[in-house]
Design a protein around this ligand. Structure first.
Ligand SMILES: [Zn+2]
Ligand SMILES: [Zn+2]
Length: 271
């Protein structure tokens, strides 16, 4: 079994070179989901560049309410809704606090929608978005053989990371976080561990102060989780053209393959 992962955006919040965070999953059971919503119209533009249909992603899993992870949601909904006259709503998953902020964001940015605790309805009375409250630690089913669960991240209150299990393939995503041993447990045995890195260990205090990890910490989490492969993302400007220091530092702690993501990168994970 396999899952195709597409990095639609790999830059940190202040990135001037890269799009903001969104990762597309295409699973063998036809489940198609997005991890985070990036900002602006990144998801639509970058899907189209790769020949993928942005409206075919019916499920969005959110990590937290920072603009670089969530502010693209209203525009993902718009593209999704317009693609089919009578299609299903966009299904949005996250813990209560994250969904509360998503609700507020959509109220502000999509004033023609009627947004409430259930989701959003357009002026024609069509349900265009539905919220799914996910408790930390509980597993939800997203497809015939695809499941997901979220775990607490150490970033801002309510932030989470996600573990996706699909047909024997396990992928875990840190979201934005400081060094987070909870993730090593939640993503134990991951075939692919996707971890943010904001800086190198020499700037650990600065990274932790901003709510983020170093590349060395990402490597340590990958080693603790017993992951097969580590991909670093949420890349800050100094490392855009020179990602090797991130790779070298993570590799000091993790013996498996380490790479840094870039926008439009695709990889297939097999069990
Ligand atoms: Zn971020
Ligand atoms: Zn953040």
């Amino acid at each position: 079994m396999s899952a195709r992962i597409t990095f639609l955006g790999t830059g940190a919040g202040g990135s001037i070179h890269r799009a903001h965070t969104a990762i597309a999953f295409e699973c063998d059971d036809d489940t198609r989901l997005l991890l985070d919503a990036s900002s602006g119209n990144t998801v639509a533009r970058n899907c189209v560049q790769l020949g993928m249909a942005p409206e075919s992603f019916h499920k969005v899993l959110l990590t937290h309410h920072h603009a670089d992870h969530m502010s693209g949601l209203p525009l993902i909904q718009l593209v999704h809704t317009r693609s089919l006259d009578d299609g299903p709503p966009l299904e949005v998953y996250g813990p209560a606090d994250v969904l509360h902020h998503a609700e507020y964001l959509c109220q502000v940015l999509s004033p023609n929608l009627k947004v409430d605790r259930e989701g959003a309805m357009n002026p024609e009375g069509r349900q265009v978005m539905r919220w799914h409250n996910v408790e930390v630690g509980s597993q939800i089913q997203l497809g015939s053989s695809t499941f997901a669960s979220c775990f607490s991240a150490d970033h801002i209150p309510g932030a989470v990371g996600w573990t996706i299990d699909s047909g024997g393939v396990r992928v875990v995503f840190s979201g934005d976080t400081r060094f987070n041993p909870v993730m090593a447990e939640a993503g134990h045995g991951a075939h692919l561990l996707i971890h943010e890195a904001y800086a190198l260990d020499r700037d650990q205090e600065h990274a932790a102060g901003a709510g983020h990890s170093t590349a060395g910490e990402a490597g340590r989490i990958a080693a603790l989780a017993g992951a097969e492969e580590l991909v670093i993302t949420h890349v800050t400007n100094p490392f855009h053209h020179q990602p090797h220091p991130l790779i070298n530092e993570a590799s000091e702690h993790f013996p498996g393959p380490v790479s840094v993501a870039f926008d439009l990168r695709q990889l297939t994970v097999t069990s």
